[in-house]
Design a protein around this ligand. Structure first.
Ligand SMILES: C[S@@+](CC[C@H](N)C(=O)[O-])C[C@H]1O[C@@H](n2cnc3c(N)ncnc32)[C@H](O)[C@@H]1O
Length: 301
């Protein structure tokens, strides 16, 4: 997966010469460190608009974050998702949409015939034009060759959803709705409104549709939010299909497949057990092997 992303970025930028690739990637070290440092506070405040920030996000986070949804869906068989002829998915706060990439990989493994047509709706409050040109235009075609339509929508997930008819039309026809890794970028005072939005959503979702919330563990208010989503089962519209606190994804296999062009560039380093503390020159550039997360999957009954 890292190779698809790196090659996609370099091809999109038209950098073909090996030495030019290495030095371009190396030149991103300050931006990569800044992006990482932005996540080390409890309230993330990162602007994703600059192209180099989007590139750093793609290079570092796209591959591991494409795995989380797959890992949540696998034990529950995704309910009926894998058997539907047409699948409509809504991805909230999705940025460059690693969840979509992971979902498509998951749908195609093990090889199923026929594969569904997928209609994906990407929602975000930010502008991810550059990164999506790479992820949708260059990475997705390598993992999915079936029918796929994609629509992008602007949405601040912390605004009330129930008075937006266009949004209701999309969400209430979706078989899968995912909110992954964006709660910590939203002020905790707005979490109540987002929960209220999910409560409203639970009344409009189609039967057997899945609502999945996944987020990294280090932000305390996120756990409270995810526990509250699980409590929605007491209101009669949703049943809990999967609930995990402090789960983790082992990215060892992904790391082993990191391409030489990335490793040789010294832009990113794989985490090893032996470097503690991390040497200064690698500071902020070491990719963790274990990705900790909380997750809840709720099915409409
Ligand atoms: C860390 S990225 C996660 C992207 C993707 N879900 C993933 O797992 O890689 C956080 C995303 O949340 C989006 N975001 C932040 N605040 C938001 C809001 N109020 N409404 C919608 N999206 C928001 C950002 O633009 C960004 O795309």
């Amino acid at each position: 997966m890292y190779d698809l992303v790196v090659n996609g970025v370099l091809a999109h930028l038209g950098i073909g010469d090996h030495e030019a690739q290495r030095s371009y990637l190396e030149s991103l070290r300050p931006q990569m460190r800044a992006l990482f440092n932005g996540y080390q506070t409890s309230k993330v405040n990162t602007s994703y608009e600059p192209e180099d920030v989007q590139i750093c996000y793609l290079l570092r986070y796209f591959a591991p974050y494409s795995q989380l949804l797959q890992q949540v869906l696998t034990p529950i068989g995704g309910w009926s998702l894998g058997t539907l002829p047409t699948l409509t998915v809504s991805l909230l706060g999705t940025g460059p949409a690693p969840e979509l990439c992971g979902l498509l990989k998951w749908l195609g493994t093990p090889a199923r015939t026929p594969l569904p047509s997928v209609h994906a709706h990407l929602f975000d409050s930010g502008d991810w034009t550059f990164a999506r040109a790479v992820s949708l235009g260059r990475v997705l075609p390598a993992v999915w060759s079936e029918e796929l339509s994609i629509q992008s929508h602007h949405l601040d997930v912390s605004c009330a959803w129930n008075d937006q008819p266009d949004l209701e039309a999309v969400l209430s026809s979706s078989n899968l709705i995912v909110l992954q890794n964006c709660l910590n970028e939203i002020d905790t005072t707005a979490h109540t409104q987002i929960l209220q939005n999910l409560r409203w959503l639970s009344t409009t979702m189609i039967k057997d549709a899945l609502l999945v919330v996944i987020d990294r563990t280090r932000y305390e208010p996120v756990l409270e939010f995810i526990r509250n989503v699980k409590l929605l089962e007491n209101e009669g519209h949703l049943a809990c299909a999967r609930y995990e606190e402090n789960a983790y994804y082992d990215a060892g296999a992904l790391h082993n497949d990191m391409p030489a062009v990335l490793l040789n560039s010294t832009l990113l380093y794989r985490q090893t057990a032996f470097e503690n503390p991390i040497p200064a020159e690698k500071s902020g550039l070491v990719v963790r092997r274990n990705l900790d997360y909380h997750a809840v999957a709720m099915r409409k009954v």
